[in-house]
Design a protein around this ligand. Sequence first.
Ligand SMILES: Nc1ncnc2c1ncn2[C@@H]1O[C@H](COP(=O)(O)OP(=O)(O)O)[C@@H](O)[C@H]1O
Ligand SMILES: [Mg+2]
Length: 208
Amino acid sequence: MIPGKFITLEGIDGAGKSTQLTWIVELLQRAGLQTVVTREPGGTALGEQLRALLLDKTMTMHAETETLLMFAARREHLDKVIIPALSQGQWVISDRFADASFAYQGGGRGLNVDKLSILEHWVQGELQPDLTLYFDVPVEVGMQRVSQIKNVDRFEKEQADFFQRVRAAYLDRARQFPDRIKIIDSSQSLAEVKAAVEQTLKDVLNHG
Ligand SMILES: Nc1ncnc2c1ncn2[C@@H]1O[C@H](COP(=O)(O)OP(=O)(O)O)[C@@H](O)[C@H]1O
Ligand SMILES: [Mg+2]
């Protein structure tokens, strides 16, 4: 049996993560793999409650409080969902993971990267995703796509300069970890993005 792998999807709001998630699961299941789909913040009972607090646009909190809650939810997620599934040989696909903290809390909110790295090692040890698909779109494209949504959350309501910093931090992270993080040009049509995702996954299934 192929041991389980951990795939994470990243990108600014409106990049197309949730849209491509369905397609990724379909491709993996077609390859005969068992999949577990999850998301961050969230993925556990406690994590979903923390998510509700973190996304509540009427809530205000210090950037470090936000970061600590994100990592608290992640600790629970690893313990209750991600690690058990991987140990059973399942493939875990998570809509966001720790790179989002480096992008949103690091880039977006300006939190010190050394503090984020300490939390990352504390919560995850050496565990990293086997593959991260980073869906890259210009900020205007992402914001345009999200503008259709009526009830924007605490992050989606941020302005363009916030998302510029988030995108720049994601791209930095992708340059830092080129073997793990694959950049998908998500400004293309849905069909083109799907094809790019399929190609990237095939490479991983065949070589990794
Ligand atoms: N490649 C694409 N071209 C055009 N529209 C897209 C594309 N990918 C996603 N969308 C649309 O953009 C919106 C946001 O996509 P979504 O998958 O929810 O993004 P995310 O989960 O990254 O925030 C949705 O309405 C979706 O249908
Ligand atoms: Mg989404």
